[in-house]
Design a protein around this ligand. Structure first.
Ligand code: CMC
Length: 427
């Protein structure tokens, strides 16, 4: 028998098995707890609860480590491509040359959208937030691709996964084009996944669009950095939605809705807006004081993380990429200096040191995306585009697990106990 944890409850003693992962903290298996003791555990925000088994991504927040299928994010960001990382997340191993070519070809064959979907966009106001459009259009995919929504069929699951990964750049670029009033640009499958996205976003029918290789590389790297992040809020949302048997298009739309919030994917937009508000380095101390003030709702956006209590390894790569993009685009942005100075001041302030608040992936990403030409409203859309592969891989892992059950948390009820209805005239 493996390790056990003893619990004394109501005068009785119970043993609960301790499960061991390949790395990381052990987990107490409390699945029998309610049946045996009549008690639930209470863990709002799931700070101490593992909701599933997963072999996709591992994070050691204290050490600032992020591994996909065992490979460190720094090595993937430096040497790999988003398509290769997507293959890795979906299939568990890095592809051979042939496997990668075949995968890229398959994805490229799904880049177009059903033509009727274009009319969906026209139903939105021109000033609609592109994340609102993403929630709507991705949800609508389930009304167009009926032939891949049988989740019990592995082939359907594979096709819908490929469709989602392939169509997301097209959907995202169309959301951008709709906002700026330019014609939608169809995919060009001669280009890479990321080059294609840049052309659909920034190209116009009147002119040839030339992809700048350094920008394509930086964008691809940003996609790699956002590809997956174990059981974060949006991924857990996708899993919870999928646990009821909902189709993958609907599940990913649910993930997009969750990602939109400023505490999650919306933080990249909020971080750049914050840097713009701060403006010059001399204003930083004032904002640092505000972030520390419990009576002020202001927080340093792009700082802090539920899991990382050390520098987010994605932020390290992001900071380096800022310089590469500036060089390739022959631009600079004074906000980068403000961001560097803000980081320096925060990391020497006891409040941030004691609470272990470090820059996260969103702190520098906005500066790069803005240099490439994206408006802030598109930032979270790009996060959603890249995270789709992680959501899809996690969803597939869950559906393929024979032990999978519908997700159904319990509660600590604090409302009124039984009372009888009073007719209106007696109240
Ligand atoms: N600025 C100032 N104080 C902060 C910040 C911040 N950015 N983040 C956390 N704190 C304080 C917080 O007030 C709390 O203090 P106390 O213990 O005195 O009450 C303590 O640090 C712990 O914070 P928490 O809110 O209990 O921690 P959490 O794990 O629930 O929240 C977080 C994590 C990411 C939501 C939070 O750090 C935050 O709101 N950061 C800003 C938003 C952000 O950058 N989000 C992107 C996360 S990375 C990308 C992604 O996952 O989408």
């Amino acid at each position: 028998m493996g390790d056990q944890v003893k619990l004394n409850a109501g005068g009785a003693e119970y043993d609960y098995p301790v499960l061991k992962g390949s790395v990381g903290p052990d987990v107490i298996d409390i699945r029998k707890l309610y049946g045996q003791t009549g008690m639930f555990t209470f863990d709002p925000g799931f700070t101490s609860t593992a909701s599933c088994e997963s072999a996709l991504t591992y994070i050691d927040g204290d050490e600032g480590v992020l591994l996909h299928r065992g490979y460190p994010i720094g090595q993937l960001a430096e040497n790999s491509s988003f398509m290769e990382v997507s293959y890795l997340l979906l299939n568990g191993e890095l592809p051979s040359k042939d496997e990668l070519e075949k995968f890229q070809l398959t994805i490229s064959r799904h880049t177009m959208l059903h033509e009727q979907l274009a009319t969906f966009y026209r139903g939105f106001r021109r000033d609609a937030h592109p994340m609102a459009i993403m929630c709507g259009v991705v949800g609508a995919l389930s009304a167009f691709y009926h032939d891949s929504t049988d989740i019990s069929d592995p082939e359907h699951r594979k096709i819908s996964s490929h469709r989602l990964i392939a169509k997301m750049p097209t959907i995202a670029a169309m959301a951008f084009k709709y906002a700026v009033g330019q014609p939608f640009i169809y995919p060009d499958n001669k280009l890479s996944y990321t080059g294609n996205f840049l052309r659909m976003t920034f190209g116009v029918p009147a002119e040839e669009y030339e992809v700048i290789p350094a920008v394509e590389k930086a964008m691809d790297r940003i996609f790699i950095l956002h590809a997956d992040h174990e059981q974060n809020a949006s991924t857990s949302t996708v899993r919870l939605a999928g646990s009821s048997g909902a189709n993958p298009f609907a599940c990913i739309a649910a993930g997009i809705a969750c990602l939109w919030g400023p505490a999650h994917g919306g933080a990249n937009e909020a971080a750049l807006n914050m840097l713009k508000e701060i403006g010059t380095p001399d204003k930083i101390p004032h904002y640092i004081e505000r972030a520390k003030d419990k009576n002020d709702p202001f927080r340093l956006m792009g700082f802090g993380h539920r899991v990382y209590k050390n520098y987010d390894p994605r932020a390290t790569v992001m900071q380096k990429t800022v310089r590469e993009v500036f060089e390739a685009m022959k631009v600079t942005d004074p906000l980068f200096e403000t961001a560097l100075r803000l980081e320096e001041i925060a990391l020497s302030d006891p409040y941030f040191v004691e609470k272990k608040l470090f820059p996260n992936v969103d702190f520098y990403s906005g500066i790069i995306l803005s240099a490439i030409g994206f408006p802030t409203t598109m930032f979270t859309v790009l996060f959603a585009l890249a995270r789709t592969v992680g959501w899809v891989a996690q969803w597939n892992e869950m559906i393929s697990d024979p032990g999978q059950k519908i997700g159904r948390p319990r509660q600590l009820y604090t409302g009124p106990t039984h009372r009888d209805y009073l007719p209106l005239e007696q109240r």
